[in-house]
Design a protein around this ligand. Structure first.
Ligand SMILES: NC(=O)c1ccc[n+]([C@@H]2O[C@H](COP(=O)([O-])OP(=O)(O)OC[C@H]3O[C@@H](n4cnc5c(N)ncnc54)[C@H](OP(=O)(O)O)[C@@H]3O)[C@@H](O)[C@H]2O)c1
Length: 260
């Protein structure tokens, strides 16, 4: 059954830029009230003003650093009554490109905290309340990197494998009620992600890169249709489907050639 968004409240993490910002715009255009979280508060205020004026929806903003161990707990506390959140979008995330052994551990630990621990903690909290109410949707922003070992993005790829497997397993566990945990798996998307990751994309990656608006639309469509795993873009769909035919060891070699 289609999940109507009009009048629902959605919490979007990482709404200050890129895919999360476009997901917030798409949710507001479909009538959802929003709670927007990220570190850059001024960007959230700017977006809040835009969305209230354009769509007449209510928007709250919360400054949250989800790479800090107490970040998810503080965000949960700022949301007040968790029972008011109908849709959770776990989008905030960063990548780290390069020498997987040589990366500074502090940065890598922060990435794991943000991409894995915060996602698991927010999901556990809000899905618990959704299950008590018998209704709700979670959209986990995973990646095409979730499907294979990613030399050059070793730890990042592993965090996204967690996000995809966790979402699929919870969604199956919840099959008896109207609560869904869905995974959005974008491939290369034109945002600040690569610059922040310390990566310069190759020609093939640039050529197949998608606009974040298209990725966001696919994610919000997935929320409404209840599609368990969504891979936006034809080239990405073919690539992830084709991976099933390739031995795991060869997947790692091919990924190294593309990503390193
Ligand atoms: N772009 C791609 O090619 C691509 C492909 C596959 C998957 N993804 C995934 O898509 C998601 C969004 O990435 P993007 O491409 O939109 O990148 P982006 O433009 O760099 O946006 C990242 C968002 O995450 C937020 N964020 C970063 N660190 C945070 C922290 N410590 N606490 C709270 N929020 C934090 C940022 O806000 P503040 O800096 O204001 O905190 C920003 O809103 C990520 O999970 C990423 O792994 C991206």
């Amino acid at each position: 059954m289609r999940f109507e968004l009009g009048g629902r409240r959605a919490l979007v993490t990482g709404a200050s830029a890129g895919i999360g910002l476009e997901i917030a715009r798409e949710l507001a255009a479909r009538g959802a009230h929003l709670t927007l979280a990220a570190r850059r508060l001024e960007r959230l205020h700017e977006l809040s003003g835009e969305l209230q004026a354009a769509h007449g929806v209510e928007v709250n903003v919360v400054q949250a650093d989800l790479a800090q161990p107490d970040g998810p707990r503080k965000l949960i506390a700022s949301c007040g009554d968790a029972a008011t959140i109908d849709v959770l979008v776990n989008n905030a995330g960063v990548g780290m490109h390069g020498d997987g052994v040589g990366h500074a551990w502090d940065r890598e630990r922060d990435m794991i905290q943000l991409n894995v621990v915060a996602v698991a903690e927010l999901t556990k909290h809000f899905v618990g309340r959704m299950r008590e109410r018998g209704s709700g949707r979670v959209l986990q922003v995973a990646s095409t990197a979730s499907f294979l070992p990613c030399p050059g993005y070793a730890a990042y790829g592993a965090t996204k494998a967690f996000v995809l497997h966790h979402a699929e397993a919870l969604d199956e566990e919840l099959r008896a009620c109207d609560v869904r945990v869905l995974a959005l798996c974008p491939g290369s998307t034109n945002t600040d992600f690569f610059e922040i990751s310390g990566n310069v994309r190759g020609r093939a990656q640039v050529a197949t890169s998608l606009d974040p608006v298209k990725v966001a639309r696919a994610g919000v469509d997935a929320i409404q249709r209840g599609r368990r795993v969504t891979v936006p873009g034809l080239a990405n769909k073919f690539t992830t489907a084709g991976l099933r035919l390739i031995p795991r060891r060869l997947q790692a070699t091919l990924a190294r050639i593309v990503l390193e």
